[in-house]
Design a protein around this ligand. Structure first.
Ligand SMILES: Nc1ncnc2c1ncn2[C@@H]1O[C@H](COP(=O)(O)OP(=O)(O)OP(=O)(O)O)[C@@H](O)[C@H]1O
Length: 771
């Protein structure tokens, strides 16, 4: 432990609590008044307001606070605390008095003197870092040593861990997580086996553990190091969407990670540790595939849930003649006539426990969803009007989608209530859901839109909560990008052939003269050529050189802005963040034009961004406690300075639809400008006008499914700019990055239905064949 002498060159205040002014328990953020007992700052005051991230101060204790003096505009001089610790006397007499005080049972003055004589003035820090030093103190019994060690750990506890971890560069948030997991043993574990942190502490990576291990001379071939490397590689593979890694590939990647240039750990050593991890259930090895347990259980659990649902017989069946009559009256109401495949979709959805409806843009997926819901209502004599239901009679139609924007769209197009899947399942923000097999969803017909965005974890959570008597319709476009999280659930379900599905291929919106839809279908069918990208009423490709593409984008946005187009309705989409024509640069340039610096506008600067009132911004992570989710777009409506908020911190207020969320400076990394967003983040959203730069510099990202997803985000007008050849090449490039997932194979095995029987079923005649 550092004492006052050791840190004299740094700013410190030694003091005791007068009273607490403000406390945010969840964040451990506090403002307090303290009495100054000693300091190396030139204070005249005898008391001082301190603020920072610390837990409740004990009024009977003396503390050492390290930090810096700041001048608050309204409240004057304050002390910003970086870290702190309980004060331990740093003279021999003081230390003896401390150790022999009532705090430590069984240690009298003589024993305390022996300890200080033997271990010196840094005795406390030595004992806390390695309690075995007490074993050598002459005349100290084992019991007394253990009691002292325990007492010291309890008394010094959290602060000691914070101070110690800060030496390795860990911040207070990480220290809190670590302390929660190991309490007083945190430092001993860190020194002896930092790799254990990789298993137990979320966000503690292998490379960090490696750094600590190096400083503590832990050998490179330590089994814990190899095991931590195995786990790290699996976690890392999630970023590429894999549900597991084949064992051979896993071993190769672990070898690259842990061996570097020195090849002294063999493949055998690595595979032995993988099997050891398998024994300890820290990974699961099945069919030569290595899984993280959560993904193994999600994948196989999801398959079991599908089996449970599809094997239950669909009870209500209507005859084709009856259905034709019902559908006929809906056609009249909607003033349209369903196409053959659309009717088949309605018929199959109504007669199946679970069905997948897939198809490209404008093929009538929403029109068919409406047809299915209305027919279901007719058959079961259920009103679609929410007013006809109350707490005793649950609304039977449940509509959900993976993002808030997608849920809003399905709500607008059907007129029925729709929520995000997370909301539907009652997510509490800590990876647990209210709804599950013991507390299932209520309702009779569940429709999940934009299912291509659902990853393996969420699919399992959702299906666990579906009661067996509920009918389920999954809707999605299989040609879009797969989920951000691991797996490719929609396409695996379709590939397995084990779940009834209908693919809509006829395009209806094209009939209204949409070039955007036509282009999307040409891309889908690999028929996109230079002729496909000639100018039309709703489409243009402005050719320009790569170095001018940002200027062209800016001109388009500026013109639209001058014409009064609401920037919420215009979205620039790009595939990469960091490049000459990357998202960050485009955002910076658009901000200069549409929301420039002005005296009337407040701003707040972070390390790499300036947020200004009026800025369009996007939320980057799920924040369910505030009701905002990854991908939600909003506008900065106000910026408050420290002295204007009750918490005495700067705040940025963002309006998302009708809900306001306050961000403190430390949370601003959850936000970025949204004039231009990534194509990945735009999944599930649609915008009236979409502008997409396409340049050779994006080459490694330009793939068919990415460009297809991008252009299908536009509803009314699509403007591409840049290099036509790069675009044509990109849409011809299939995404060859295979995602490892065994969902399809597992389903086939589990359901044990031959594909042939499904195919014959699909060939069955429908009444429309006779029309
Ligand atoms: N059978 C039909 N007859 C006439 N018009 C139709 C028919 N089916 C769909 N449409 C029209 O085609 C357009 C696209 O349909 P819809 O919105 O249902 O497709 P979608 O697949 O949901 O499209 P997207 O994925 O782009 O939202 C709508 O204007 C719809 O009214």
């Amino acid at each position: 432990m550092e004492n006052v002498k050791a840190i004299e060159r740094n700013s410190f205040i030694k003091g005791e609590l007068v009273h607490t002014i403000f406390e945010n328990e969840a964040e451990h953020f506090s403002i307090a008044k303290i009495k100054i007992l000693d300091t190396n700052e030139a204070f005249e005051e005898s008391e001082m307001v301190i603020k920072g991230y610390f837990t409740r101060l004990d009024p009977s204790e003396i503390y050492l606070f390290y930090g810096s003096v700041i001048e608050h505009k309204k409240f004057g001089k304050q002390y910003q605390v970086d870290h702190y610790q309980r004060f331990v006397p740093d003279t021999k007499d003081g230390l003896v008095a401390y150790l022999s005080s009532d705090l430590f049972y069984g240690i009298g003055k003589k024993t305390a003197e022996k300890i200080v004589d033997y271990l010196g003035e840094t005795a406390v820090s030595k004992i806390l870092n390695d309690s075995s030093v007490l074993d050598k103190v002459p005349g100290l019994t084992k019991d007394r040593a253990a009691q002292l060690k325990q007492g010291l750990k309890e008394h010094q506890g959290f602060e000691h861990v914070v101070v110690h971890l800060s030496k390795y560069g860990f911040g207070l948030k990480m220290a809190q997580k670590i302390y929660q997991a190991y309490k007083q043993d945190a430092i001993e574990i860190l020194h002896k086996n930092p790799y254990q942190y990789v298993f137990d502490i979320e966000g503690f990576g292998f490379l960090r553990a490696d750094e600590v291990a190096k400083q503590n001379d832990i050998p490179l071939n330590h089994p814990s190091r190899i095991q931590a490397g195995c786990i790290y590689v699996l976690h890392h593979s999630l970023q590429n969407g894999h549900v597991f890694l084949p064992i051979k590939q896993h071993i190769i990647e672990v070898d690259q990670l842990i061996n570097g240039q020195m090849y002294d750990i063999s493949f055998d050593d690595i595979s032995r540790e993988i099997l050891e991890l398998n024994e300890q259930k820290k990974v699961i090895v099945v069919d030569s595939n290595v899984y993280l347990p959560s993904l193994y259980f999600a994948e196989s659990g999801f398959c079991s849930q599908i089996k449970r649902i599809v094997e239950k017989e669909q009870e209500t069946q209507v005859s084709s003649a009856e259905l034709m009559k019902i559908v006929g009256s809906i056609e009249e109401e909607e003033s349209l006539s369903y196409g053959r495949e659309q009717f088949q979709a309605i018929e199959k959805a109504l007669s199946s426990k679970l069905m997948i409806l897939t198809g490209g843009p404008g093929t009538g997926k929403t029109t068919v969803i409406k047809g299915i819901i209305k027919s279901y209502g007719e058959i079961h004599d259920l009103s679609l009007d929410q007013k006809d239901y109350d707490e005793n009679k649950t609304y039977p139609f449940v509509l959900a989608a993976p993002t808030g924007r997608a849920a809003k769209r399905i709500n607008e197009s059907t007129g029925l209530p729709a929520v995000t899947i997370h909301r539907l399942l009652g997510w509490n923000g800590h990876e647990s859901f209210e709804k599950d097999e013991n507390n299932p969803l209520s309702g009779q017909l569940l429709v999940i839109d934009e299912f291509s965005m659902v990853d393996t974890w969420l699919a399992y959570q959702l299906f666990k909560a579906i009661p067996t008597d509920m009918q389920v319709l999954i809707v999605g476009d299989e040609d879009q990008l797969p989920s951000v999280g691991p797996g490719q659930v929609l396409s695996d379900l379709l590939t397995s052939g084990q779940v009834p599905s209908v693919k809509l291929e006829e395009v209806y919106r094209q009939k209204e003269g949409s070039k955007i839809i036509q282009l999307a279908h040409e891309i889908k069918k690999n028929q996109c050529t230079m002729d496909s990208i000639v100018k039309e009423a709703d489409f243009n490709f402005i050719a320009c050189r790569e170095q001018h593409v940002v200027d062209v984008v800016i001109q388009i946005v500026q013109k639209a802005h001058e014409k009064g187009v609401d920037l919420k309705d215009l979205q620039v989409l790009a595939p990469m963040y960091r490049s000459h024509a990357g998202i960050h640069r485009i955002n910076e340039e658009i901000q200069k034009v549409v929301n420039p610096n002005s005296k009337q506008k407040r701003e707040i600067r972070t390390k790499d961004m300036i947020f200004r009132t009026g800025d369009k911004v996007i939320q980057l992570v799920n924040q369910p406690e505030d009701g905002v989710f990854n991908g939600d777009i909003g506008e900065i409506t106000a910026i408050f300075q420290e002295d204007e908020s009750s918490e005495q911190v700067e705040q940025v207020i963002v309006l998302f639809d009708e809900k306001e969320v306050a961000y403190e400076r430390k949370d601003l990394n959850n936000l970025m400008h949204a004039y231009c967003t990534s194509i990945h983040k735009s999944q599930g959203s649609e915008f009236p006008i979409v502008v997409i730069p396409v340049v050779p510099g994006y080459r490694r990202m330009l793939r068919k499914n990415l460009l297809y997803t991008a252009i299908t985000r536009s509803k009314k007008s699509l403007i591409l700019c840049g290099d036509k050849q790069a675009f044509i090449q990109g849409v011809r490039e299939e995404d060859t990055n295979k995602r490892y997932s065994a969902l399809s194979d597992q389903l086939i095995k589990m359901l044990n239905i031959s594909k042939e029987s499904i195919e014959t079923e699909e060939e069955e005649l429908s009444p429309y064949d006779f029309l």
